[in-house]
Write a protein that binds this ligand. Structure first.
Ligand code: HEC
Ligand code: HEC
Length: 198
């Protein structure tokens, strides 16, 4: 599935609706919750998104959140709708939203996974990823992997591997090592493991 197929008309319409709403939301004042109304159409009212290419952001570490928003604003992550959205906010507003979403509980949704792949993914994770993505990738200071939407993880890994998103420090080596261990299936195995957690 190409990214463009998923960023369908539906999403573009949502984006248009959102951009129209932006000034009102920004004027609504300094509450992170008020600011977050703008995000609800894609990320859910409390940050647990229902769409497979929209990452869940509930429970996200506030620093990782702010870094992600700043990267989008600087076009440092693969250009997506988020780049345009992030440009509408100040650093202070990023922080307010970060605290609001960090305080929301992540509701994980069941996803269809391949048990054998997920099992191999669990081993690869322990060996190569657990050091930074603790407790199987639960929300922490390296983002959220456990229970995250699998298509989103797929796009994200492609972005890293193709150089469209900068690698977090020391992560590339570990991903390369996982691929060396398990061949081309390694990334898919890891994603099935994360998707199997709910
Ligand atoms: C039109 C849909 C849409 C709207 C509205 C939207 N987002 Fe997003 N958001 C996305 C998509 C799609 C991605 C994944 C993009 C990518 O791959 O970089 C994303 C990614 C993110 C991420 C990165 C998550 C991670 O795990 O690294 C954060 C943080 C985020 N959005 C915050 C927000 C905030 C805050 C708002 C409201 C101000 C918002 N988004 C509004 C669609 C949307
Ligand atoms: C040395 C620490 C480190 C190791 C090891 C590591 N990562 Fe990461 N990873 C990070 C950090 C820090 C971030 C978040 C920073 C950012 O957004 O740029 C991250 C982000 C990610 C993301 C993006 C999350 C999102 O919401 O966009 C994915 C996917 C990911 N890592 C997968 C893996 C996998 C799979 C492995 C093991 C093969 C791994 N990482 C090993 C540090 C690490």
């Amino acid at each position: 599935m190409k990214r463009d197929d998923t960023m369908s008309k539906h999403v573009r319409n949502l984006l248009l609706a959102v951009l129209t709403l932006l000034p009102a939301a920004v004027m609504a004042g300094p509450s992170g919750q008020a600011l977050s109304f703008t995000c609800a159409g894609c990320h859910g009212t409390d940050g647990s998104s229902v769409g497979p290419s929209m990452p869940a952001i509930a429970g996200m570490d506030p620093e990782v959140f702010v870094d992600a928003m700043k990267d989008y604003r600087l076009d440092k992550r693969n250009p997506s709708i988020m780049n345009r959205i992030a440009k509408a906010y100040s650093d202070e507003q990023f922080k307010e939203m970060a605290w609001f979403f960090a305080s929301q509980r992540l509701h994980l949704q069941p996803q269809v996974t391949d048990a054998a792949l997920a099992k191999r993914g669990a081993e690869l994770h322990q060996k190569h990823c657990e050091k930074c993505h603790e407790e199987g990738g639960r929300p922490g200071d390296a983002g959220t992997l456990a229970g995250q939407w699998m298509p989103y993880l797929q796009y994200t890994m492609q972005d890293f591997l193709s150089g469209k998103r900068d690698w977090p420090r020391k992560m590339k080596r570990k991903v390369d090592a996982a691929i060396e261990d398990d061949g081309a299936d390694a990334v898919s195995a890891l994603i099935h493991y994360y998707g199997s957690q709910h």
